[in-house]
Design a binder for this molecule. Structure first.
Ligand code: FAD
Length: 412
């Protein structure tokens, strides 16, 4: 049964959150000719927009704010779509299938999609509330950060993950003096191999970023504004402003308080369904099964947000769709595009394809001779082909894998 004949196509769908995943749920429902009511409720003042450029081209001033938006405002002028911005959902009342908002409204649903994303992890150290200490998750965060950009300003980044390093690269290119402080012994240690870390450390050093590895933060000093960052080595690095990029945590409060299962994310199955048959969850806020790796994962990625959103929309429309894909991510630093296919955690061997000195190479992660992930630096073809190879789960020949003249697609 399809279209108007199918009763599920005229249900009322409420979406909690108006970020990337939420925007895709609306787009997918409309694409499928869903004719019911869609209510999009977000606590931010903006329509759904893309966050990746916030630490890249938008921060650099190379992309206008209008280009961030997922769909133009006119898309939401559809009479079947109600958009409520600057509105927080305070609770879900599962017994009468409704949500309560910060505007004191109770809104009923037939199906609810939780797309509440993630929030930044905040540092809890003395001085952490001083002005001039920034976090990065929203357009407004970027606007506040950009207001600090002045020639010669000393900028300290706490945390050498993707976001910290992307911002460091942009700021260095804008002529700021940049120091990056990282607690681990190498950059991006949570997600990439020592070889990739070493390559990026060299690149940042070559661009004039001062890297302080294996160094923690014990506090910030300053009167009203931050003037310095105190490190675990007990020295103070002078700073005119600071960005803290020490990770995110999933926003699961609503689900938790409504009695849904939460375990490092809102627990969903491969249909993006929670333990309540009327409530789905999608995007950064979820913990979901991945059949390729045979375990639950929580991902912080646009690809996952979009694909889970499409899966949830399909299932809402009565199609039986199961989500299992090779996760992928990317990071832009200077003229380097890092593309990551798969999850490398648990690897027992690595193979480098190509020559890092050529600034185009890949690091392959193996486990029991299976390719489980690949990091491609300026090597888009390897990245594309690795996605298939990881999904196929077939043993690969190590010496052929190391030979960049052999296309990955020809390996099995
Ligand atoms: P979000 O985009 O976080 O949206 C959730 C929304 O829900 C938020 O607007 C939040 O305010 C709202 N909300 C929360 N609780 C409530 C409530 N109770 N009521 C109403 N609204 C609520 N990913 C990549 O794959 N590649 C990249 O290069 C990349 N770069 C990034 C750079 C930056 C600076 C950031 C911040 C993220 C980056 N990401 C990147 C991650 C990517 O943006 C996220 O994975 C994606 O935004 C997840 O989408 P989401 O809809 O799940 O969550």
């Amino acid at each position: 049964m399809t279209g108007a004949l199918n009763p599920v196509m005229s249900l009322k769908v409420v979406i909690a959150g108006a970020g990337h995943a939420a925007g895709q749920v609306v787009a997918s429902l409309k694409q499928k000719k869903f004719s019911g009511e869609i209510v999009l409720i977000g606590d931010a003042p903006y329509l759904p927009y893309q966050r990746p450029p916030l630490s890249k081209k938008f921060l650099a001033g190379e992309l206008s704010a209008e280009r961030l938006f997922f769909k133009p405002p006119v898309f939401y002028e559809d009479p079947s779509i109600e958009v409520m911005l600057d509105t927080r959902i305070d609770s879900i009342e599962r017994e009468n299938k409704s949500v309560s908002t910060s505007q004191n409204r109770s809104i009923s649903y037939d199906r609810l999609v939780i797309a509440t994303g993630a929030r930044v992890r905040r540092l809890q150290v003395p001085g952490a509330e001083l002005a001039g200490i920034h976090y990065l998750r929203t357009i407004n965060d970027v606007n506040r950060l950009r207001a600090e950009f002045e020639d010669g300003n000393r900028f300290v980044v706490v945390g050498a993950g993707y976001i910290g390093l992307e911002v460091a690269a942009v700021c260095r290119q804008l002529g700021l003096e940049v120091t990056v402080i990282e607690m681990a012994e190498r950059v991006m240690s949570r997600v990439v191999s020592p070889q990739i870390s070493a390559f990026y450390q060299q690149e940042h050093a070559r661009h004039g970023v001062s890297l302080r590895l294996a160094t923690g933060i014990t506090g910030f000093v300053g009167e009203d504004r931050v003037r310095g960052v105190v490190t675990s080595a007990n020295d103070t690095i002078e700073a005119d402003f600071v960005l803290v990029g020490v990770g995110i945590e999933p926003v699961t409060d609503l689900a938790d308080e409504a009695g849904l299962q939460v375990d490092n994310g809102v627990v969903v199955d491969d249909r993006c369904l929670t333990g309540d048959a009327d409530i789905y969850a999608v995007g950064d806020c979820t913990s979901h099964p991945n059949s390729i790796y045979g375990r639950r994962v929580r991902l912080e990625s646009v690809h996952n947000a979009l694909e889970q959103a499409k899966t949830a929309a399909s299932n809402i429309c009565g199609e039986e769709q199961h989500y299992s894909q090779v996760p992928w991510f990317w990071s832009d630093q200077y003229d380097l595009k890092l593309q990551i296919a798969g999850l490398s955690q648990g690897f027992d061997d690595t193979v480098i394809r190509g020559d890092p000195a050529q600034r185009s190479f890949a690091c392959c992660y193996l486990r029991d001779n299976l390719l489980i992930a690949l990091d491609a630096v300026n090597s888009p073809r390897d990245f594309m082909q690795a996605k298939n190879l990881v999904a196929e789960r077939k043993p690969v020949d190590r010496s052929r894998l190391a030979d960049p003249a052999v296309a990955l697609k020809d390996l099995v």
